[in-house]
Design a protein around this ligand. Structure first.
Ligand code: MN
Length: 296
């Protein structure tokens, strides 16, 4: 079945609630019902939560393979450090984009100066075969292109929306847009790309389905435009792209293609061999779970 014959409707998929330190999160991707949307394979809506100068996400050093992390804040600040030597505070309206390639280590910390509310979303993009075994990289974008519509503003984090193009690296043809709406708006989209909406604040209606925070609305392929009906102010993420052509295997912080690759990354991290380099962080490494395939 070609992607174009796929769903043309709305599949509302509930996320699950968890905590990252003191910060509540709603994980809306992956779920049992949906593993990927284009190359997007993970999404955590974080907060809102009160953080201090010394405590926030408090995510100590941990490894990634096979993905990019896309970090976007609605409120507050977070300090990113990684094994490339990057040390970057991110603020609302800015993008942190870390490409793991075959191995990277990073931490997400309190800033030492910010106290207040923290809210944002972190998403992962599965890297294609061409770059998933390559070097790690990190980008910070302090400004991103914005596009005004009658009903609000779209900020293009990744990819191209109707000719408005983000400068951020992308290795596949995916799209990530922050949409801030006060009235009904129609966005142009690609017929052969699949899309999903994650509401961060307020609510939006698509095809009569109400999308609220805590769920992912999978919209399928086959649309030329996306009508977002707004009856209250809404903030949402639109993600999409060509359906990912390969089967993705995910476990813990790793994105791969099969269990052997996941196991090799786990063994490298557990044994602290030289695959994953250290991060200059005051936090301890986060605890790692035992993989379900490990019998030892
Ligand atoms: Mn991470």
């Amino acid at each position: 079945m070609s992607p174009i014959d796929d769903t043309f409707g709305v599949d509302l998929i509930d996320g699950r609630e968890a905590r990252l330190g003191e910060v509540p999160i709603r994980r809306v991707l992956p779920t049992k019902g949906r593993r990927t949307v284009g190359a997007w394979c993970f999404a955590d809506h974080m907060g809102p939560a009160d953080v201090t100068e010394e405590h926030g996400l408090d995510v100590g050093p941990h490894p990634h393979i096979g993905l990019q992390t896309v970090t976007w804040l609605l409120d507050g600040q977070v300090l990113h450090r990684d094994s490339l030597g990057s040390e970057q505070v991110i603020r609302p309206g800015q993008l942190n984009l870390m490409t793991s390639g075959s191995a990277v280590t990073h931490s997400e910390e309190a800033t030492g100066h910010y106290r207040g509310t923290l809210e944002g979303i972190q998403l992962w993009v599965a890297l294609p075969e061409s770059t998933r075994h390559a070097e790690a990289a990190f980008e910070h974008h302090a400004e991103l292109p914005r596009r005004e519509y009658d009903g609000g503003v779209a900020t293009v984090l990744i990819g191209d929306l109707d000719g408005t193009t983000s400068p951020a690296r992308r290795d596949t043809d995916h799209l990530g847009v922050d949409v801030d709406l006060h009235a009904t708006t129609t966005l142009p989209v690609h017929r052969d790309h699949e899309y999903a909406v994650v509401a961060l604040r307020g609510a939006v209606d698509v095809d009569g389905y109400r999308i609220r925070p805590g769920a992912l609305a999978y919209l399928g392929t086959g649309r030329d435009e996306l009508r977002l009906e707004v009856s209250e102010p809404a903030r949402l993420m639109l993600i999409g792209g060509p359906p990912f052509p390969e089967r993705v295997a995910m476990w813990w912080n790793f994105v791969a293609r099969d269990r052997d690759e996941l196991d090799a990354a786990y063994r490298s991290w557990a044994s602290a061999d030289d695959r994953f380099r250290a991060v200059d962080s005051p936090l301890p490494r986060i605890p790692f779970p035992r993989p379900p395939w490990s019998r030892a």
